[in-house]
Design a protein around this ligand. Structure first.
Ligand SMILES: O=P(O)(O)OC[C@H]1O[C@H](OP(=O)(O)OP(=O)(O)O)[C@H](O)[C@@H]1O
Ligand SMILES: Nc1nc2[nH]cnc2c(=O)[nH]1
Ligand SMILES: [Mg+2]
Length: 173
């Protein structure tokens, strides 16, 4: 059962907040690596988290065919059943010869690797890229930029807002 008195950060252990600026730089760094692997006929973003990195990667690589696969499993920091909310389109499957060859899958992060595993089963020959990776999910990713520890919770800029932080001597950690 979820302890609603704890924040996401307290439940996960460590917090890793990412600003828009940092995220944009990390996505561009990811693109530099992917540029060595491509070209890619299409990008498949795992929504919702993969949408922003996919847009940045697509812009840098000049890819204009973008599809989505909608998968959700987390309720804040707790993972439940994986739900496929939207499947990959027939056109995209055809473009990758049915196995995903020449296609690029993008997500914001890999944590336990369950989401990545499910999408990999759909497109076994596609290249799988994430911006961040935790150790459990790392073997499922072909290309990523930054590894964080398993007990870290990554806070993305679209999930956060600027707020007052109390001074250190007033008890801030
Ligand atoms: O490696 P895993 O343990 O499977 O976790 C990684 C997935 O969890 C998050 O998505 P989430 O299910 O929260 O949905 P969202 O992208 O709509 O936020 C994240 O965007 C990844 O897709
Ligand atoms: N925002 C966010 N979503 C996740 N889903 C699985 N792990 C994470 C994480 O560390 N941060
Ligand atoms: Mg996601």
């Amino acid at each position: 059962m979820t302890d609603k008195t704890l924040t996401a950060e307290e439940r996960a252990g460590r917090a890793f907040p990412v600003s828009w600026d940092q995220f944009h730089r990390d996505c561009r760094a990811l693109t530099w690596r992917l540029n060595e692997v491509g070209p890619f006929a299409a990008i498949i973003a795992i929504t919702r988290g993969g949408l922003v990195p996919a847009a940045i990667v697509a812009r840098e690589l000049g890819v204009r065919v973008i599809d989505t696969v909608g998968i959700a499993s987390y309720d804040h920091t707790r993972q439940g059943e994986l739900n496929i909310l939207k499947a990959i389109s027939e056109d995209t499957l055809k473009l990758g010869g049915g196995t995903g060859k020449g296609l690029l899958i993008v997500d914001d992060l890999v944590d336990t690797g369950k989401t990545a595993q499910l999408v990999r089963e759909m497109l076994p020959d596609a290249h799988f890229a994430t911006v961040y990776a935790k150790p459990k999910g790392r073997p499922l990713v072909d290309t990523f930029i930054t590894e964080v520890s398993q007990d870290t919770w990554i806070f993305f800029p679209w999930d956060t807002a600027l707020s007052f932080a109390p001074p250190l001597r007033d008890g801030a950690a």
